[in-house]
Design a protein around this ligand. Sequence first.
Ligand code: NOJ
Length: 781
Amino acid sequence: MRKVIIFLILCWSLGCSQNVNRPGSSTVSPATNSTVNSQEASQSKDPQMDRFINDLLAKMTLEEKIGQFNLLAVGFDVTGPVVSKNVDENIRKGKVGGVFNTFTPSAARKLQEFAVNNTRLKIPLLFGYDVVHGHRTIFPIPLGLSTSWDMAVIEKSAQIAAEEASADGLNWVFSPMVDIARDPRWGRIAEGAGEDAWYGSQVAKAMVKGYQGNDLTKNNTVMACLKHFALYGAAEAGRDYNTTDMSFQRMYNEYLPPYKAAVDAGVGSVMTSFNEINGIPATGNKWLLTELLRNNWGFNGFVVTDYTAINEMVPHGMGTEAEVGNLALKAGVDMDMVGEVFLKHLANSVKEGGVTETEINIACRRVLEAKYKLGLFQDPYRYTDENRAATTIMKQEFIEASRDIAHKSMVLLKNKTNTLPLKQPGSIALIGPLAKRQRDMIGNWSAAGDWEKAISLEQGIRNVAGSKVKINYAKGANITDDEQMIKRLNAHGGNLDIDSRSAEAMIQEAVKVARSSDVIVTVVGESQGMTGEAASRADITLPGQQLELLKALKKTGKPLVIVLMNGRPLALKWEEQNADAILETWFAGTQAGNAIADVLFGNYNPSGKLTTTFPQVVGQVPLFYNHKNTGRPFSGELLDKYKSRYLDVTNEPLYPFGFGLSYTSFSYSKPQLSTTTIKMDESLQVKVDVRNTGNYDGEEVVQLYLQDVVGSITRPVKELKGFQKIALKKGESQTVTFNITPDLLKFYNNNLELVLEPGDFRVFIGGNSRDVQAENFKVIK
Ligand code: NOJ
């Protein structure tokens, strides 16, 4: 046994494992001039493109090639700490490969004409932008899109975003963001699809398909950019840009799958993340960007850094600016976002031998290929048609889609004695700092969305309920009373004002309004800028005096409906215990107010399910459903001391992953397996009858979880491996069948091999990750 262990350790350190996926076991040697031809050769299957790029590369000077690596921020939006200068001058000198934050057909055309007409080789620019959940017609924030559990709808949101963006001068979008996030303190949890790698993979595929379609040269598709590669969502303590350090088993099984899914779906570009991964920043990480991404996964697009991420390797402690520039290029970076490190240092580095011209050629080819794939060499102006913009942007069909998608994103968290839908109330006390807000509706990454076109909830209720319902409004509380926070939020796209009245006066007014109304609808949560980039919060309860407001309203004895707007799971223990109904609406986009009102009045029966666990208190974080069991799992027995537990709170979440109610109810039969034993290459089916047992037609997300009971490494207590969203009329039932294939049973073992290990498995079916019924089966050799 000892000999075996020593051998294994030796193998490990020498990298002789068959699956050489770990950093340090690189089979990639730096390119050298002696192997120029073979190393520079394109990997593409398009000989015409290869010929074109070969000819072009042959004409380019070293400086022109390096110019293609330069991505500048210029135009109508500011999305980072610095803005590029001397853009025109740099373009004229052939020192710019692309720009971002410039849109509208006229602005894009002007810049494109400038690039094409003033440079020697007339190479067109890429036009990128953070089109994250819609471009002008805004959809729910990505976390909200994900709670729809509707891949067709998610794909459609991306496809509409592509239609609008491409009509508005853009050809490249910085989306999808697929970072798995389990820490709601991290503000960017709002931008992704939640905590589950398998589910995140389905969303990643749908979004790439939506943006890119099946032909990138069409003028209504855009190139997607997968971000942030990799593990950005695992920032320590949920603090943005912080260090990430994790085991390779966790990385491969729980964090990498959505990135891989997007690569498999053909994503055209990848953005590096700001964080380090086990000691090496992603932007200088050759294992990540070359071995894993390109050699292992077969990615053949180009890699762009995040905003000044190369420069940031200096404070990371990776060397001087010139050194980290070399490191990034050698790692596999092709484009430098805003930082201009490549522009400043690479030519000299070639002279000094820090990088080779071969490495420059390889990266330059990838950038040029992207432009070729987009059809920019054929027609640099294909995305700048004013007429198409006029007939495409915010057209009625898109607005309707936005309302439909917003309906589907909402999650009903509580509905005591069927408080919702509202039964024709004569009057509503509409209370809360978010009740009249338009700006917040479109969220933080609202691209070119115009918040003045967004529907507030007050407006939505008027639109949906008309004059039948009297609205009695009171603000009730400021969203926060922290003046510093307000200043920060307003400096970055917010428009918050603080009511100068005292908190007590505002609450008293709200209580008065509540007393004279039939029902209270209180709209509380976060302002849009409290989530998203650089918006981590250590306290994830309702900010400011909002909880005090709710407590005062509760005392009126009127039915208390809480409409939540927020971009992360919040800790809502009091709210869960005391409200009559809670509807999670995230930041639901341009049509938010109408869509929320539709749900409140029962025109749409909510069907969303959470894709992130809501903790009871922040101290439980990170809390996620697919955790390991530990050797001392807590049974729930109060006096059970030596168990994995807290003294002051149970291990349970407030709301589990997959949770969401409906105005109707559903019952599940016992799951039926087609067999209880299968061989390694066989599949089995599991069936369940789902019945709508309530009084409304409704939709249910039927969820399938699996557990590998015994493994060569410990395995999670359950993992989502399938779901079906079904519509059932009241009284109706449907048999739902899942096919459990060998692929669904596989995981990455300690050698990072994707394996199926024979043995005992458990299958769980239910309407969320907690309320499930289980059956057992075996896989035999
Ligand atoms: C930084 C963000 O991390 C990234 O998501 C975004 O795409 C870039 N800035 C560009 O705005």
